[in-house]
Design a protein around this ligand. Sequence first.
Ligand code: NDP
Length: 338
Amino acid sequence: NRRIVLASRPKGAPVAENFRHEESSLPALADGQLLLRTVYLSLDPYMRGRMSDAPSYAPPVALDAVMTGGAVSRVVESKDANFKAGDWVVASSGWQDYATIDAKLVKKLEGAALEHPSLALGVLGMPGFTAFMGLLDIGEPKPGETVVVAAATGPVGSLVGQIAKIKGCKVVGIAGGEEKCRYAVEHFGFDECLDHREAHLDKRLQEACPRGIDVYFENVGGAVFDAVLPLLNTKARVPLCGVVSQYNAQGLPKGEDRLTLLTSTILKKRLRIQGFIIFDDYGHRYPEFAKQMSEWFSADKIKFREQIVQGLENAPESLIGLLEGKNFGKLVIQVGKE
Ligand code: NDP
């Protein structure tokens, strides 16, 4: 069994030496357990947080332990009556070829995901659920309002934009590079998409949002948030989903302290900024998402883009790239054959 463990904790951006490739033997199956063979491993920005031992909403990966990660797998052997060999499942089974895991922690794939299993890690899974709940429950978009979202071609951002369009909003995306921006407009149906790597994002965003911003779905933080803040309308909503531009940061940013600018803007404009952790806060509402998304998906109202990298050995480099915006679409490692 090949697996990748956390060898050391990164200082700043992760490097290849923070990971170690190992061979391990598998423990015997106990009653109620499954042996899974990993087919697709999801790479997600939250993994950077788990590599660090700073206090967070979830415990860190221990040193020398297998890297954590959601995966789509096939059941090889089952000691649980609800599963049989060959079943397609999704579970947090980590960066490895095989995993033994309690059947209680495993979910069978269903519906459209059975036709296209890797989508259970993207639009039909955790990132899709995140976009759906964050936008609809916290963002509360109304027809005619302006919604802004960054990381616009990623699994969360691309779905936020598409759901906001379904709800009758004007959608402005922000993404890294001209190609991603063109794709957000042509493929995902955004009204506009701005490149955050080009100069004067603040002015371009103001031009793109002449009626201000009613919902800003926060994925990235940093310079993008600086450009958004002055454009937020009174009573704007900000679902705070992630701040990926800061995940490799080793301290607070240098420069002027802008905390009072933020708090006084929240006060004057009566902003609602709310953080959320998808399964902790909304786990009980997963069936709502699954039902609505499968309706939209089968009616061809939802588009997606995946970037599938072959080989478990390429997971570390791919995660390092994800944190720099090198991925284009939902990043998935194909670990084994279907
Ligand atoms: P993506 O696949 O979109 O990957 C991250 C993207 O972030 C990169 O491709 C890049 O896109 C962008 N990015 C990276 N660095 C910067 C930077 N310095 N400035 C601006 N953009 C940057 O990720 P996901 O769709 O999976 O996740 C999006 C966000 O949602 C993340 O913050 C993630 O942590 C969060 N999340 C939160 C959850 C929750 O429960 N709260 C659950 C799931 C995700 P580009 O090149 O376009 O800039």
